[in-house]
Design a protein around this ligand. Structure first.
Ligand SMILES: [Zn+2]
Length: 251
């Protein structure tokens, strides 16, 4: 049961990394929302109010709501306003039931999965995003490479994976590239990355991208003839012929 105890501790009391100790995950999330809320109050010294961190707030509402439900179903009491109190109280009730041999393995598994998913979502929220270049042509615009920068031009791969925690999003850096719905080209999560892989004829491995430093995948995709011209050179906004595309309204 050590896994569950450690998750309860990480969520409510403190986080640990080797000898280092930090605020609990719930406290870190609360601090992020609280600092933004404080600055938006009327009469605050800062002239421009900082908008509420919508992602952090949604995550907080979802997780603390689930903790409150778990507490109520275990205790039949009114939940406290602090999720830490609710989770620790649930843990006391659950531990007592374990001590009396009143729980079954399934209950441990369900609780473990739930707590791990909360902890992982909060860890992901604070993880710094990394990028990994995806060395295949974009199936929407056909470009494999693109020129970025004004003075110091650099040629990079058009497709790049943005990895934040366990979420991988592949985006196309070609500013005129759009998907079938006229939206900027992007593929989010395992299923859409599989779909991207099918279109370019290589396996775009979600798990590999999640852990990769870089991703030297070879393309076996055979682009259609009308795309082959584009593939010979990278998309370059400084090139007048390419720049013209930037002004073309999409319909
Ligand atoms: Zn593209």
């Amino acid at each position: 049961m050590s896994g569950l105890a450690e998750l309860v501790e990480e969520l409510t009391i403190e986080t640990r990394a080797g000898d280092l100790r930090g605020d609990s995950l719930l406290q870190q999330l609360r601090a992020e929302i609280g600092s933004n809320l404080g600055r938006t109050k009327a009469g605050a010294s800062s002239g421009s109010p900082v908008p509420l961190n919508v992602d952090a707030f949604a995550l907080w509402e979802d997780i603390t709501g689930q903790i409150a439900s778990m507490f109520v179903s275990a205790t039949d009491r009114r939940p406290d306003k602090d999720p830490e109190v609710n989770l620790l109280a649930w843990w006391a009730v659950f531990s007592a039931a374990v001590y009396r041999h009143e729980t079954v393995q399934l209950q441990h598994d369900v609780a473990g999965e739930r707590l791990e998913s909360w902890a992982q979502r909060i860890r992901d929220h604070f993880a710094a995003p990394r990028t990994v270049e995806v060395m295949v042509p974009c199936p929407n615009c056909g470009y494999e490479r693109i020129v970025l920068g004004e003075a110091d031009q650099a040629e990079v791969f058009a497709l790049v994976a943005v990895v934040k925690g366990t979420t991988v999003t592949v985006v196309c850096r070609n500013p005129v590239c759009k998907d079938a719905f006229g939206e900027p080209s992007q593929w989010v999560g395992e299923r859409q990355l599989e779909e991207l892989g099918r279109r370019v004829g290589v396996r775009v491995d979600h798990r590999a991208l999640m852990t990769a430093v870089n991703s030297p995948v070879e393309s076996t995709w055979d682009p259609s003839d009308d795309m082959k011209g584009d593939l010979a050179e990278p998309f370059n906004p400084a090139d007048p012929a390419h720049a013209a595309l930037l002004d073309t309204p999409t319909d």
